[in-house]
Design a protein around this ligand. Sequence first.
Ligand SMILES: *Cc1c(COP(=O)(O)O)cnc(C)c1O
Length: 225
Amino acid sequence: MNDIAGNIQHLRQDMNAALLKAGRAGFNVQLIAVSKTKSVEAVREAIAAGQKIFGENRVQEAIPKFTELRRHASDLELHLIGPLQTNKVQEAVAHFDVIQTLDRPKLAMALSKELTKASRKPRLYIEINIGHEPQKAGIFPEDLGEFLEFCRDKAGLTPEGLMCIPPHHVDPTPFFKTMKDLKDQFQLKHLSMGMSADYATAIACGATEIRVGSAIFGERDKTAS
Ligand SMILES: *Cc1c(COP(=O)(O)O)cnc(C)c1O
């Protein structure tokens, strides 16, 4: 049995401690509870503990789950943190409040087309492939300026933030610092970085939001996602 409420409380204390240590006391870092593969009941426990912001990485999994959850909690904020296929753009725009994984021109154009007719306008973040890893999605840091220009001039989009998943098994600090520099250079508002294993480091480096799954809900079934 996972003590979801206890985990959230502990996490919030830890986040405050990390902010204090980094000289960022009083700054409000948002906690995105990553509920992928977890049940509606588990998410309800988090909601009962005061959590309102959630992250999911598959459109098809998130829609039925959050349609159900929103029946009793209309003020939830849902972030898409996994890859978005262009044929899922309409559904993603209809259900998510933030799409954190804008990672290619083709997707920018598909979002552009959908947003001209949609009644909802999710916030958009650009995913950065900060470690230049071939198996990962995202814009290379050196290409961000050009991609932002494309989004603004060709697609009419206004990305508001950046997100990244740094390489596994190495110190994420230099990657997080580069992300903070990019956020400042391009004057973006949101910086989504840090997961269960490294959120304190991400906060020290300037994250405005962290995405935490297993430290709240427990380990995931590795075969599921
Ligand atoms: C699953 C996932 C997380 C949360 O990972 P944990 O290590 O369980 O905290 C954060 N971000 C993304 C993009 C994810 O896919």
